[in-house]
Design a protein around this ligand. Structure first.
Ligand code: FAD
Length: 345
């Protein structure tokens, strides 16, 4: 980086006063906005209002004008919409080039990206290209209004401490944010804003890696962050077989299966199911914790759920401190009774 700075005469960073506005990368797949984009618009709106600046959504794709309009309803003052056949499917080179060109031209002070697979690929590529820092996988954002600095907080050292990171001399201040952590923006039908259509300077030659085929995994996708209902199992299940009961209850409720880290470490269930500080952060309408003690690292991933039901045989289990409804009892008696009751509804 030093060599690049020397070469480009940027030793002391950039003139930060030239940079204004908060940008949110509006990730979509097949014309459907990801929840994390709506969460970032909610967070971006708060930050932009605190700094007294504009909130822009950056949308890349092809023939998705309706998505651009939706972004305004979710709070964007402006949508920078790059429409091209070459942007229809995500490619690192194509997306990075278009957003890089936009940053160079319009100079935003903050750029937020969801920490999805695409976001984790795009963020580092972009930050390296604009010679700025990137705080990855943030779980909290605050604003130092006086210095117009974004304070980006993320778990560090395997989740043992929370680190707050600043980007003082370079712009934009870039962060990828964990899905499910921030509250979603509310949709307001008659909100006004502008859609700026960008003609991207992009040719086939800019994209060296081509997507030739998309092969769907035959394993079901664990869409924990998007699920309205989650039924999670913990070490209290006693063994891997216990997850059959969790699956049954989840199915009855129309939800998906979550898990504590203890069960993932014991290889009773795959890691994509893990909820918590080193797993996924979720905020469903209903979270049912079965045989989970409620360790702080588990709570960090689910305590913002709208309604928490805990089943545990220990009346002093910490999970009851965050539960809206607690059932003290053996889960092997309680869950079958719940399933039976649901069958009779
Ligand atoms: P336990 O703590 O063993 O709890 C089992 C519970 O089941 C007990 O409360 C018990 O009373 C109850 N029980 C037993 N039998 C029954 C029965 N028959 N019926 C009803 N209840 C019963 N953990 C996570 O979950 N997610 C994370 O992302 C995560 N990240 C971590 C990161 C770090 C850096 C560290 C140090 C730890 C992390 N952990 C995480 C681990 C965490 O500290 C706990 O060890 C873990 O959450 C415990 O899982 P558990 O609640 O399933 O098991």
């Amino acid at each position: 980086v030093k060599a690049i700075e020397k070469e480009e005469g940027r030793k002391g960073g950039v003139n930060v006063d030239e940079y204004r506005g908060v940008w949110v990368f509006a990730e979509q797949r097949g014309g459907k906005l990801l929840n994390v984009a709506i969460e970032l618009l909610g967070e971006g709106r708060k930050i932009a209002d605190e700094l007294g600046t504009e909130l822009s959504a950056v949308l890349l794709g092809h023939n998705i004008d309706d998505v651009a309009e939706t972004l305004i309803k979710y709070g964007a003052d402006r949508v920078l919409y790059a429409d091209s056949e070459l942007l229809d499917v995500y490619t690192t080179e194509g997306y990075a080039k278009v957003i890089y060109d936009l940053i160079e031209e319009k100079k935003p002070e903050i750029l937020l990206i969801g920490a999805t697979n695409i976001g984790r690929d795009l963020g580092p590529r972009l930050s390296a290209r604009v010679h700025t820092g990137l705080t990855a996988d943030c779980t909290r954002l605050d604003v130092d209004k006086e210095n117009r600095r974004l304070m980006m907080t993320r778990p560090a050292f395997g989740g043992n401490l929370m680190a707050t990171i600043l980007c003082p001399n370079h712009r934009p201040q870039m962060s990828t944010v964990r899905p499910g952590v921030m509250e979603k923006a509310k949709l307001v039908e008659d909100r006004k804003g502008t859609v700026e259509k960008i003609a991207p300077k992009l040719t086939d030659a800019n994209i060296k890696a081509k997507v030739v085929d998309v092969v769907k995994s035959d394993k079901p996708v664990v869409a924990l962050e998007e699920a309205p209902i989650i039924v999670s199992g913990g070490r209290g299940l006693g063994n891997q077989e216990g997850f059959k009961l969790i699956e049954e209850l989840a199915e009855k409720l129309g939800g998906v299966v979550g898990a504590s880290r203890a069960t993932v470490d014991a290889q009773w269930i795959d890691q994509p199911h893990q909820v918590g500080q080193t797993g996924k952060t979720v905020r469903p309408g209903l979270y049912v914790a079965c045989g989970i003690s409620g360790a702080i690292q588990h709570l960090a991933g689910m305590q913002d759920s709208k309604c928490i039901v805990a089943i545990n045989k220990d009346p002093n289990a910490p999970i009851f401190e965050v539960a809206d409804y607690g059932i003290v009892g053996d889960l092997y008696e309680v869950i079958p009774a719940l399933i039976e009751a649901l069958d009779n509804v």
